[in-house]
Unconditional design. Structure first.
Length: 271
């Protein structure tokens, strides 16, 4: 079968609160590097290798558009496919909703929407394609893995209260892929629904969602120990960011002074 046209949303607007350490200046995990590329780049690049990609939306914290563009490295320049940066919301669901609203405005054809965590840098083209193929059958699909560990339910007293049958349990990953009109309708009809993922919104709207074969390597970066030398990277990143902001502020101030038409020395003092 041919691969249908689809758009992709990469969610990178979260606070990375579990990733921060030692009370140091906050640095988003998506901006740090693994094996020579940023986490965000590695989470995004495989989608550009899948035929049928029509548009790419990246969500980011408001005010972090420039940092996000830098973290994407050369992805904005390697393809004619539209790549847009959209400020996120207070929750992941709000961020996805903002991205969906932006997709509605694009005059490019696509039948499906893939939604992927920007903190999952180990996704590959094969997983994307088989999840997209599954979505064409039922309307929605998520990559999943069966639970292999024993599962117990805790009581309020902290003691094991119940043994849970794991034979029907799965853990789900991203990208989660849905028919365009159906996922848009689901988000429109349940804007206030609290949901852990997009499949929950989709299913709550009455649509069918199946699973594709997940990949144990497709793990999510959650804690600072998930990235080698993350603390060193974060310190260097924060230092470079502070210097960049200082330089930008100095340049802005100099432009303002020049626009006033007065004469100033190199230190910014009036002559």
């Amino acid at each position: 079968m041919s691969i249908p046209p689809f758009a992709a949303i990469i969610t990178a607007a979260g606070a990375s609160s579990r990733f921060s350490a030692n009370g140091k200046e906050h640095v988003k995990k998506e901006y740090l590097s693994i094996d020579g590329h940023t986490v965000l780049y590695k989470a995004t690049k495989p989608f550009f290798n899948v035929p049928g990609l029509s548009a790419m939306i990246i969500t980011c914290p408001e005010g972090s558009e420039d940092e996000t563009i830098v973290a994407l490295e050369d992805l904005a320049d390697i393809s004619a496919i539209p790549l847009l940066i959209v400020p996120g919301g207070m929750t992941r669901k709000e961020s996805v909703s903002n991205a969906l609203d932006r997709l509605r405005t694009l005059a490019v054809p696509f039948d499906y929407i893939a939604i992927h965590d920007g903190a999952r840098p180990y996704v590959d083209e094969a997983l994307i394609i088989r999840t997209l193929a599954a979505a064409t059958v039922t309307g929605g699909a998520v990559p999943a893995l069966r639970v292999t560990d024993a599962v117990k339910k805790l009581g309020k007293d902290g003691l094991i209260a119940e043994n849970v049958d794991r034979s029907t349990l799965i853990t789900v990953q991203t990208p989660q892929i849905f028919r365009r009109d159906e996922i848009l309708d689901a988000y429109d009809r349940f804007p206030g629904l609290e949901a852990d993922d997009d499949a929950a919104v989709f299913i709550n709207a009455g649509y069918s969602c199946t699973v594709s074969r997940g990949d144990s390597k497709n793990r999510k970066i959650t804690y600072i120990t998930d990235i080698p030398d993350a603390e060193k990277q974060a310190e260097e990143y924060a230092k470079a960011r502070a210097e960049g902001r200082k330089s930008a502020e100095a340049s802005k101030r100099m432009r303002e002074l020049l626009q006033q038409g007065d004469s100033w020395d190199e230190s910014g003092n009036r002559k």
